[in-house]
Design a protein around this ligand. Structure first.
Ligand code: HPA
Length: 289
């Protein structure tokens, strides 16, 4: 059952006000230039945020709490390469249940705070031949195969009813990430991310289907957030850490622990890439003070 748009917005505004107070303590009134969503096992990026103020999600009214292992739950306010950022360690997935609006709550809060860029990370299974676990993929586009949308129901706040997704993954931001990867000597593939509802991993037949549909990697996150962000005018960029071969690519089973282990191995390169790229993202168009 979808809630009334006004109720959703009231909840978002309350959480934004609570977060704004903490942002004021740390960033002297500056709105963060970038919100960074740390995917499964990639919360280590939070350690790169300088002098962070850590706000547990339970201190933020109405903030949905993630339940999956590998996902802590707190916001980090600080600077990265001198730029004010909001780090989000732990996110809610569609497979945790409840309405899709829970998954994009933080995106609506980011919009309420005036944050212009959303930098997402995730763990994904590699579908494309020749791509291997431990490598990174810049998301160029997505296939929403979750069977749902966070925008179903009444229009919330200033959201666009029919957001355009032609350039959902911002070209300028992708150029920045690509350039950063090449400076770092970091291998960075680029491809299409297929979002599945989960929580079961896919069957080999489903992976063959996804490959035929043009998917290069598969995961269970990111797409709802990007859809909501585009409806709110937030620019998006997403990097996947390929944590495993998708089901059936090898003749062996896959599991969540393997996903977490591979993210640990890939974490250092991934962190540097996100950290440097995020610091290079353009800030707000106009001063926010
Ligand atoms: N499938 C779906 N989600 C995932 C995978 C996968 O193979 N790996 C990490 N997240």
């Amino acid at each position: 059952m979808t809630r009334a748009a006004a109720d959703i917005q009231v909840g978002v505004d309350a959480a934004a006000a609570a977060l704004r107070a903490r942002i004021g303590d740390r960033l002297d009134g500056d709105a963060p230039h970038v919100a960074i969503t740390m995917g499964s096992g990639l919360g280590g990026l939070g350690e790169e945020i300088e002098d962070p103020v850590r706000v547990p999600y339970e201190d933020l009214p109405g903030w949905p709490r993630p339940t999956v292992i590998g996902h802590a739950g707190h916001a980090l306010i600080g600077t990265l390469g001198g730029r004010p950022v909001l780090g989000l360690s732990g996110r809610v997935h569609l497979y945790e249940g409840g309405p899709p609006e829970r998954v994009v709550f933080y995106v609506r809060v980011a919009a309420a705070l005036g944050i212009p860029v959303l930098f997402l990370s995730n763990a994904a299974g590699a579908i494309r031949e020749g791509w291997h676990p431990g490598e990174l993929m810049l998301v160029s586009d997505h296939l929403n195969l979750t069977g749902t949308s966070p925008l179903i129901g009444p229009v919330v706040g200033t959201e666009n009813r029919f957001p355009d997704l032609t350039f959902a993954y911002d070209r300028e931001l992708r150029t920045i990430v690509r350039g950063t990867a090449s400076e770092l000597g970091q291998t960075l593939h680029e491809g299409v991310y297929a979002a599945m509802h989960g929580p079961a991993f896919e069957t080999p037949a489903e992976i063959r289907m996804l490959r035929a549909l043009g998917a290069d990697a598969v995961g269970m996150s990111t797409v709802p957030e990007v859809i909501a962000a585009r409806a709110l005018g937030i620019r998006c960029v997403a990097v996947s850490c390929l944590t495993n071969y998708a089901a059936g690519v090898l003749d062996e089973p896959l599991n969540h622990e393997e996903v977490l282990e591979t993210t640990k191995l890939a974490q250092a390169g991934f962190q540097r890439l996100v950290e440097l790229s995020a610091a290079r993202c353009p800030g707000p168009a106009a001063p926010t003070r």
